[in-house]
Design a protein around this ligand. Sequence first.
Ligand code: NAD
Length: 278
Amino acid sequence: MTASPTRTALVTGGAGGIGRGIARALLAAGLRVILADRDASAVAEAAAELNAEAAAERSAGRTAERGAALRAASGAAHGDDRARPLVLDISDAAAAARAFAALDPEGGVDVLVNNAGILSVHGAVTELAPDAYRSILEVNAVGTFTMIQAFARHRITAGGGGAIVNISSIGGRQPTPGMGAYESSKAAVDSITRWAAIELAAHGIRVNAVAPGPVLTPMLAAEMPEGSPARVGWAARIPLGDLARVEDIALAVAFLAGPGAAHITGVSLPVDGGQLLT
Ligand code: NAD
């Protein structure tokens, strides 16, 4: 019996808090991962960190010190690295097409995770500048569309099959004052998910989304330690009692990208501790 070939995933925003966790979960599921991000130094550091973790597990077991792991990874041959960085701006359609074409000789990409996004545009509907609104749609909605288009063309040329997981947000369904620009960009991601799912099903390409509630990324976890008033205030809104961990989001993505979800397409799965029920 021949072993099935290793699948490859491309995770956008791979340098960020959630993207890194998604990459870690996909590596654990046995995939190779391309971490794509517009931040060159951060994405190189993220790939090095993930390869260091893998090297630590291979060479010294789970108790290895992180410093030793980093030294092992920096000395590892590139061919051993299952996480690789790629500098890519998801709003650049030509660059997206080039990125997939460049991976063709290595067997192409099987899974696309559209995680890159910006969260930083806030403002009331009476105040927000139209250019600020355009800027968030350009990344979160147009960027997601652009990546789906490039990936779908890549997969169809290869004979079809594959999976896309988009990261939206429960904000796309549940409004918070001042957050509407971000939230409507994420409602667009949920809609694009259904649009692409219905059209790409004929090619065997599944398209789903994970819609997180607030997530304890390393940055947020540092800002809101357990027991702090901010953390307690957020947690009070969540029926299951706390914000999501990065792993909660990452494991849902790995499920939707994997064989267990073979008959699932067009869904946006809330991972929100029940917040949408409130
Ligand atoms: P983050 O800011 O830590 O990471 C986002 C990453 O995307 C960064 O590394 C950034 O460089 C990259 N990026 C931004 N624009 C890009 C572009 N044009 N091209 C390529 N890369 C680009 O954010 P995060 O908290 O890890 O969020 C990841 C995703 O999860 C986002 O889509 C966000 O909207 C969504 N989300 C986050 C939360 C949360 O609580 N953090 C909740 C719901 C949804």
